[in-house]
Design a protein around this ligand. Structure first.
Ligand code: F6P
Length: 414
């Protein structure tokens, strides 16, 4: 028993009357579809829904900012990107960096000073009459979700992330939209690349997981894909790009944002002090682009030509697709998946509220063999580091083999 009231005992006696819903972490197409689905499904059980805005920060801000959600509040939001509840990806209330007018506060040894606001936040939620939480988020958000369930709050997580890197579920919503956006962008990038006989590098998101890059590469018949699960060789990418240019005159290379630099130390990711997942990726495709251009132009024939008697100077151009992968309307597949996830989360709370051996109730909605099920949050988040909680591309898996069979290079030596 923690200092915070163990809500679950009370809820088990009286039943769930009000569900709180919040969206945390980076936004993702389909969040609004989940919110709508939760509201519609709760109606069926005669249960009220309160929206907690701004992710975990909203839990701390308290009742004054919570929003009653009814059917008319969620009309037509299924097709809207973003989240009507807003989100935040740096408000871990269990370890909240202290600030003053100069910004973050540090101890004498330079480390940050942290506060734990989790008990206060949970009390706020309980004071507002919220009996259970549906937390829509990725690994960072669900880590706190698990910790609130340990404090006695019934919690159901809904797996969200465009990166599709959450363990214990075959798929997260938002991923299909992100891959679709990347493929649409490549349709445009390819024609300008072909027109100028260029090497076009396309950087996509995914953090340490290469799912977006791999799916995009297969779906858009890219020539090369670089993912962090299959470390590329700096000389091999030059050889392979040269071969592609010789064969077809231009190239599409999909670059996952988490890959290493071609020359050690030639690229650094941004570190956001005090953020639960401090690494902010971005910009690696530019670095690889410069490297390739330099290397590919370093060998020429007696007339100064590089690849053949048409291409004089190899030109490489990088495009970082950035936030267009995350914004805008979800695909039909993501709308359906989000609706299924939201409805199932309510069902789990209303029909299966059975605490585990420790008296806690922390579940996550999961897709297994294309069927919905609920898994323990304790099993989803059970490693100390974020990267160990992530599901990454299986470098010996069927999709990698498929990509290789379709002629896509991973830039590795084989
Ligand atoms: O996890 C989702 C994601 O979009 C990653 O693919 C990307 O690296 C990160 O979030 C970007 O986060 P931020 O919104 O903090 O820039």
């Amino acid at each position: 028993m923690t200092e915070t009231t163990r809500k679950i005992d009370e809820v088990l006696k009286t039943g769930i009357k009000t569900i709180g819903i919040m969206t945390g972490g980076g936004d993702c197409p389909g969040l609004n579809a989940v919110i709508r689905s939760v509201v519609m499904m709760s109606k069926k059980y005669g249960v009220k829904v309160k929206g907690i805005p701004y992710g975990y920060r909203g839990m701390f801000l308290g009742e004054k900012c919570y929003i009653d959600l009814d059917v008319e509040d969620v009309d037509d939001i299924i097709e809207k990107g973003g989240t009507i509840l807003h989100s935040s990806n740096k408000d871990n209330l269990f370890k909240y960096p202290r600030r003053d007018k100069n910004g973050l506060m540090h101890n004498e040894d330079g480390s940050l000073i942290y506060d734990d606001f989790s008990h206060q936040a949970l009390e706020n939620v309980q004071k507002a009459g919220i009996d259970a939480l549906i937390i829509v988020g990725g690994d960072g958000t669900l880590t706190s979700g698990r910790d609130y369930s340990r404090m006695g709050m019934p919690v159901v997580g809904v797996p969200k992330t465009i990166d599709n890197d959450l363990r214990s579920t075959e798929v997260t919503f938002g991923f299909d939209t992100a891959v679709t956006r990347c493929c649409d962008a490549i349709t445009s990038i390819r024609t300008t690349g072909e027109a100028h006989s260029r090497v076009m590098l396309v950087e996509v998101m995914g953090r340490n997981a290469g799912h977006i890059a791999l799916h995009t590469a297969i779906a858009s018949s890219a020539d090369m894909v670089l993912i962090s699960e299959i470390p590329y060789d700096s000389e091999q990418i030059v050889k392979d790009t040269r071969a592609i240019l010789e064969r077809k005159g231009s190239a599409i290379i999909v670059v996952s944002e988490g890959v290493h630099a071609p020359v050690q130390g030639s690229h650094k990711n941004k570190i956001v002090e005090g953020s639960p997942d401090a690494v902010r990726f971005g910009g690696i495709a530019n670095v690889i682009s410069d490297y390739l251009e330099n290397e590919l132009n370093s060998e020429r024939d007696e007339n100064g030509y590089t690849i053949n008697d048409v291409i004089i100077d190899v030109e490489c151009r990088a495009t970082n697709l950035g936030y267009i992968q995350r914004g805008g309307a979800p695909t039909a597949n993501d709308r359906i998946l989000s609706t299924r996830f939201g409805a199932f989360a309510v069902k789990v709370l209303m029909e299966n509220l059975v605490p585990d051996a420790n008296g806690n109730f922390g579940k996550m909605v999961s897709m297994q063999n294309n069927s919905l099920t609920a898994v323990e949050l304790e099993d989803v988040i059970n490693s100390a580091t974020m990267i160990d909680n992530q599901r990454r591309v299986d470098s010996d898996g069927e999709l990698v083999e498929l990509a290789r069979n379709m002629g896509i290079s991973f830039g590795d030596v084989r």
